[in-house]
Design a protein around this ligand. Structure first.
Ligand SMILES: Cc1cc2nc3c(=O)[nH]c(=O)nc-3n(C[C@H](O)[C@H](O)[C@H](O)COP(=O)(O)OP(=O)(O)OC[C@H]3O[C@@H](n4cnc5c(N)ncnc54)[C@H](O)[C@@H]3O)c2cc1C
Length: 557
């Protein structure tokens, strides 16, 4: 007889997962990698912004984490015996977000980053506890807008959106103050001598103010790249941290290769701008591209991959080791190279388009953009899966979504499940044979005019948000004739390389190129940038993973 009053035993609470206490046996295993340190009441163990951040496990006494702001402090967390400090910055080697202080006399086990990485790589049980806590702590910090940076901007400013996206997609916690909405903003502007015309501004650690910084300046100030040696010879350099590059990084680093990933802006690539990926194996309820990217990024770091936020400007492929020249002037040598630079959005030739980019014209529909147009009407341009996803996602928070497609319908370009969703969503209006002909507005897009190519009629609408999802072109211009490309600029690999391609490239080996190898030995390509690839997350991940097996073979030669 079943007692119906006994509920299902529930799993541990989230707070236990975020702040777990290690068992004495787990303690012992951590202690083998570190050393004991006596702490005094009030002793600062790490200051906000420190570049060397040890990992502490409390043996006795207590440690607190606080965010300093001028003379004031906000309490972030308190750790007692058995609990440990740290979050994902510990793995990437980035600067401390907060101050760490002992609040009682006691003892801690202290480990440096390398020792912690060794535990995370080799002790499966501890790795699971520590990685889960680190990732969840970061998720909570982002949700609570608790970090070391404050962005002051306006939702009508393209640069505000750019910086927001850069910080969000790099998983960096920050707080946002809107010039138009926040009543206390004037005090803050006065304190830092900022005029309204200078926004967006980013205030770092309550001290340093950057006025409308570039993404590179933000990355530099936050110390994203500081822990990465930019001159070391690596086994494998991966260019691009989209799904294919991140998959290759996880497999390469977990199989013992010394891997460096170069990424222009933020991990996740095109997938990172997807509101919900529903066809990726293992996620039956779908996963946002941002979350998938964040998980993959942490996984790659766990195995020791280093990630540099930098733009690869040129590949020097005349002799080995090959060298990647970066925008900042650095030259990074690699024994093997994987090009995973994917593709970027096609920008239709519309007058005023670039003026409104980020101020009414968007190329991705994530949570950030959805917030900007909540309660408004929007236009989605395109008939592919990315346009369909965007329409369904935006329909949840907007009053009406106008879906503009050039063709007669969606059947040829979109997956059946998305077409059904669109048909079942009452506030999505499909407009076939329709194209935008005019964009108008002041600082921000205010109205859109479209034309039906069958009837020739045009209509004007007061709509301030247009999502352009009309396909992508390969990111290969920077390769400058180094590798054989197809007519559309995608990289040819393996059997797609004809004898003519190979002789033009002076292929020097007696063996033909491996499956994902380009016209230059030991230079590989994977994902959307590769000629003939299937433009999907799963195939990009598959190709990135498979490439590692060929990298091993080529490096052994
Ligand atoms: C909005 C949207 C929704 C999508 N939804 C789905 C979906 O639901 N399911 C699905 O299967 N597929 C989906 N796709 C397609 C999928 O995202 C892509 O197929 C996949 O991201 C390709 O991965 P990739 O790693 O090959 O390239 P990308 O994702 O394009 O990543 C390439 C990376 O390389 C970086 N890079 C480029 N040039 C350089 C350089 N010179 N130096 C350094 N870094 C560089 C870029 O910044 C980028 O981060 C969607 C695409 C979009 C745009």
């Amino acid at each position: 007889m079943i007692d119906k009053r006994i509920p299902l035993p529930l799993r541990r609470s989230r707070s236990e997962e975020i702040f777990p206490a290690l068992t004495p046996e787990q303690h012992r295993r951590v202690a083998e990698h570190g050393h004991m340190r006596v702490t005094q009441n009030g002793e600062v163990l790490v200051e906000q912004g420190d570049s060397t951040v040890p990992f502490f496990v409390v043996v006795s006494g207590e440690i607190e984490i606080v965010r300093p702001l001028g003379a004031a402090e906000t309490l972030v967390a308190v750790f007692g015996p058995g609990q440990f400090t740290g979050e994902v910055n510990m793995l990437s080697g980035r600067r401390a977000l907060f101050r760490i202080r002992a609040t009682r006399p006691g003892e801690v086990i202290e480990l440096d980053r390398r020792e912690l990485q060794a535990i995370v790589r080799n002790d499966a049980e501890l790795s699971e506890i520590i990685m889960r806590a680190f990732i969840l702590r970061r998720v909570e910090l982002i949700a609570a807008e608790m970090g070391d940076a404050v962005l002051v901007g306006s939702n009508h400013s393209a640069d505000t959106l750019r910086i927001k996206e850069f910080l969000m997609r790099n998983g960096h916690p920050y707080s946002y103050i809107d010039l138009e909405k926040d009543p206390d903003v004037q005090n803050l502007l006065d304190t830092f001598h900022i005029t309204a015309g200078e926004i967006p501004v980013v205030i770092f650690r309550g001290q340093l103010v950057l006025r409308n910084p570039t993404n590179e300046q933000v990355a530099e100030t936050l110390g994203f790249n500081e822990a990465v040696d930019q001159t070391n010879l690596r086994d494998l350099i991966i260019v691009g941290a989209g799904p294919s590059g991140l998959a290759a990084a996880v497999y390469g680093a977990s199989e013992g290769l010394d891997v460096l990933v170069l990424e222009t802006s933020s991990p996740g690539g095109q997938a990172g701008s997807s509101s919900k990926i529903e066809n990726y194996l293992g996620f039956p309820t779908g996963i946002s591209g941002q979350e998938l990217a964040a998980r993959a990024y942490s996984q790659a770091q766990k195995f020791g991959t280093e990630i540099l936020i930098a733009n690869a400007k040129r590949l020097s492929c005349e002799r080995k080791p090959y060298v990647l020249e970066l925008e900042n002037g650095a030259r990074v040598p690699g024994r093997a190279i994987l090009i995973a630079t994917g593709a970027e959005y096609r920008r239709p030739p519309l007058e005023n388009r670039s003026r409104f980019e980020g101020a009414g014209i968007y190329y991705g529909a994530t949570f950030v953009e959805a917030q900007l147009c909540s309660g408004d009407e929007v236009v989605v341009v395109g008939g592919g899966n990315s346009a369909g996803q965007a329409a369904v996602f935006l329909a949840q928070t907007t009053t009406q979504v106008h879906m503009l497609v050039r063709a007669a319908g969606l059947a040829e370009s979109m997956s059946r499940y998305l077409i059904r969703r669109i048909e079942e969503t009452p506030n999505i209006v499909l407009r076939p044979h329709t194209e935008i002909v005019k964009l108008e507005g002041g600082d921000h897009l205010e109205s859109v005019r479209w034309r039906n190519s069958q009837t020739g009629e045009t209509e004007g609408h007061k709509i301030g948000h247009v999502f352009i999802m009309t396909g992508a072109v390969p990111n290969t211009r920077w390769l400058e004739g180094c590798l054989a490309l197809d007519a559309k600029g995608f990289i040819k690999t393996g059997p797609d390389l004809s004898p003519v391609d190979l002789s033009a490239a002076r292929w020097p080996l007696s063996r033909p190129p491996y499956l994902l190898e380009t016209s230059v030995p030991t230079v590989f390509a994977a994902g959307d940038v590769r000629s003939g690839s299937i433009k999907r997350v799963a195939s990009a991940v598959g190709e990135g993973s498979a490439a590692i097996s060929f990298v091993h073979q080529a490096l052994r030669e």
